[in-house]
Ligand binder design. Structure first.
Ligand code: UD2
Length: 359
């Protein structure tokens, strides 16, 4: 007793080595397991730096979280009271957003904590630069005012872009595009410019992207309630009592924007729509490629990029549908169910402002 022989020491050393071996193997397995779950990459993960480098932030998770800080005061939500004059949910269970279906204090607080960077792509080609001043000035008053916003203005006439005072965290970026002989070219080119610009820089500069018509003026708050993976706006002309067969979808099967007469959910406007940058990328790239195919086949969709957008959104449902509050028109009397006009298309002399006539 009390005596340890050389053999004992040898046996203890062998056991220790075996234990170390087992620990090494299981640790190695765990590292690859975690790597598989959180970051499917072949790069070796050895420390935090490598994890950061090879496993970039999962944005969909960050922007999917609807967090709220403790102590925020807002009215208690009800399961019984709400808008009863309009439907506020689609049949695929996405919110259909109207004034009265959200709490401004709560929803702004939720999205503010995500601190998203929002890009707006707007084209002002030819005489359309004249609409920029009101668009930008009113945007500064009403468009996502508590968030970081960059207006990407695509124009053939940089000198005509007005100097507007912007709030902190907000910028204007001017991008040159060629002039056009046909207005149809301009509206269709929006899908191309968006695709190219996302690839070149927007991915690094923005989390959300909105596409907008420049001949629009903001009149009331267009806030965080508009943000989602993919948000589309109901066209004011077709949002109630219009059978789907009367929607002005592209009906010629030869076009890539074709929608059969017995299909369709809603008719969406191409004047305002937005979403997460990567979801928008999928959409604009697809629509760009489809319109290029159409061009090769000598066909142009009935409502250009709006037709391609509508086909895409039929088969890839938006995660939020915004009511026509988000794009009304000065051409039309405001309907009783539109409690707030947030943006309105202004009246313009089409033949004077466009480079060519006709639809
Ligand atoms: C409708 C749609 C629009 C688009 C178009 C396609 C609404 C409110 N708008 O608008 O989104 O789908 O039909 O037919 O439903 N632009 C220029 N220079 C031009 C022409 C257009 O910069 O020479 C830009 C500008 O940003 C303008 C946008 O393209 O706001 C749409 O063109 P539009 O306003 O002439 O089209 P409109 O009113 O028929």
């Amino acid at each position: 007793m009390g005596y340890i022989s050389r053999n004992h020491i040898l046996i203890i050393l062998i056991i220790l080595l075996a234990l170390l071996g087992v620990m090494y193997i299981s640790l190695k397995d765990n590292i690859s397991y975690f790597r598989y779950v959180f970051c499917p990459t072949d790069a070796p993960l050895t420390n935090d730096e490598l994890i950061k480098q090879h496993c970039p932030e999962d944005k969909s998770r960050r922007f999917g979280d609807l967090k709220m800080q403790p102590g925020l005061h807002y009215a208690q939500p009800s399961t019984q009271r709400g808008r009863t004059d309009v439907n506020s949910v689609t049949n695929w269970n996405a919110p259909l957003v109207w004034e009265g279906t959200f709490d401004r204090v709560l929803i702004d607080a939720i999205y503010k904590q995500q601190d998203p960077r929002v890009a707006v792509i707007v084209l002002a080609v030819g005489k359309y630069t004249r609409f920029l001043k009101k668009f930008l000035e009113s945007g500064e008053k009403f468009f996502l005012v508590n968030l970081k916003v960059t207006y990407y203005i695509f124009t053939d006439n940089e000198q005509d872009v007005p100097k507007i005072e912007l709030a902190e965290g907000r910028r204007i970026s001017i991008l040159p595009v060629p002039s056009a002989k046909r207005w149809q070219e301009v509206v269709l080119s929006r899908m191309k410019w968006a695709t190219v610009t996302i690839e070149q820089k927007l991915r690094d500069e923005a989390d959300y992207l909105f596409m907008m018509d420049v001949d629009s003026v903001f009149h009331n708050t267009f806030g965080s309630e508009s943000l989602s993976k993919l948000s589309a706006v109901l066209h004011r002309g077709y949002y109630k009592n219009v059978p789907r067969k009367q929607f002005p979808y592209e009906r010629r099967p030869e076009s890539k924007a074709y929608i059969p007469i017995d299909e369709g959910d809603y008719y969406y406007t191409a004047a305002v729509w937005g979403g997460y940058i990567e979801d928008m990328y999928k959409l604009v790239k697809h629509c760009y490629e489809q319109s290029e195919e159409d061009a090769k086949n000598g066909i142009e969709a009935a409502w250009q990029e709006e037709s391609h957008l509508n086909r895409y959104l039929l088969y890839n449902k938006p995660t939020k549908v915004l009511s026509p509050e988000y794009l009304w028109s000065d051409y039309d009397a405001v309907q009783p169910d539109i409690k707030v006009v947030r943006v309105s298309q202004i009246v313009k002399n089409y033949s004077e402002v466009r480079p060519n006539k006709g639809h």
